[in-house]
Design a protein around this ligand. Structure first.
Ligand SMILES: Nc1ncnc2c1ncn2[C@@H]1O[C@H](COP(=O)(O)OP(=O)(O)O)[C@@H](O)[C@H]1O
Ligand SMILES: [Mg+2]
Length: 243
């Protein structure tokens, strides 16, 4: 079975500085894959390059197509979607209109069922559908950013630090929803500094350091790996789960 997303020997540079070096990665259908790593490791750079926001040297394929010549819009059309770290909502528009913007390429009939699907995943958004995005809590804003991406019915959702700045109880909520997406047939590529939460939910994981993948495998194995536990899971500090 071929992977939904397949990246091979990818390099991404800012001018002369390579921020991503020789990275290879696959995400299969019905799979949650996480990339964990410290701040500055190159995670956001990699996601942006897969989406087409930054130029990438190497191979990126999605759903059997080579993405090299495709603009961002065409990648979205194939079913690839990115929820950026800064969420990028339209603050002076309400929840419903923000969601509608995520469905701009869909037929009207499809839009109605997309609203239903998103509101089922995030009942809170339905309650707040007339509220301005700028007045939502951080957790609700993250839900809205994910909801908007899901309005286009993507096959792969890439999430950049969805837990950033959120209280643990909200993080648990967001991650539960990520699990529901997998059940609904959406694959997820999850980038997180909250390694503990990410490894709990993911099927497979890649560990990124200074632009390179240094470790990969089933999430359960990565979670138990001594070096990962010491560097990313904070066991030496608290021994407690972050969620
Ligand atoms: N726009 C940019 N211009 C130059 N260097 C950048 C830019 N964005 C990120 N970098 C550098 O690239 C490296 C990877 O950053 P980033 O992908 O944001 O890491 P992460 O998402 O893992 O925190 C860092 O050294 C960072 O300073
Ligand atoms: Mg980042």
């Amino acid at each position: 079975m071929s992977a939904l997303l397949s990246v091979a020997d990818a390099h991404v540079a800012y001018g002369k500085v390579e921020a991503v070096r020789s990275v290879s990665l696959e995400v299969g259908a019905h799979e949650i894959v996480t990339i964990i790593g410290a701040n500055g490791a190159g995670k956001t750079t990699l996601l942006n390059a897969v989406m087409g926001v930054l130029p990438l040297r190497g191979h990126v394929g999605f759903a059997g197509q080579d993405l090299a010549q495709l603009e961002i819009e065409d990648r979205v059309g194939l079913g690839l979607s990115l929820v950026a770290e800064h969420r990028e909502l339209f603050w002076t528009m309400n929840v419903e209109d923000n969601l509608l913007l995520g469905a701009f390429r869909s037929a009207r009939s499809a839009t109605a069922s997309s609203f239903e699907r998103v509101y089922a995943l995030f009942p809170r958004l339905k309650e707040r559908r007339k509220q301005l995005a700028g007045t939502l809590s951080g957790g609700e804003q993250q839900m809205l950013a994910m909801g908007r991406a899901l309005m286009g019915a993507p096959r792969l959702l890439m999430l950049d630090e969805p837990s950033l700045g959120l209280a643990p109880i909200i993080v648990a909520d967001i991650f539960r929803t990520v699990g529901e997406l997998r059940s609904a047939g959406v694959s997820v590529l999850l980038v997180e500094q909250n390694a503990q939460a990410a490894l709990k939910i993911a099927d497979r994981a890649y560990v990124m350091e200074l632009g390179e993948f240094v470790l990969q495998g089933p999430a359960r194995d990565i979670e138990r790996h001594e070096g990962v536990a010491a560097s990313y899971l904070g066991f030496q500090h608290t021994g407690e789960s972050a969620i």
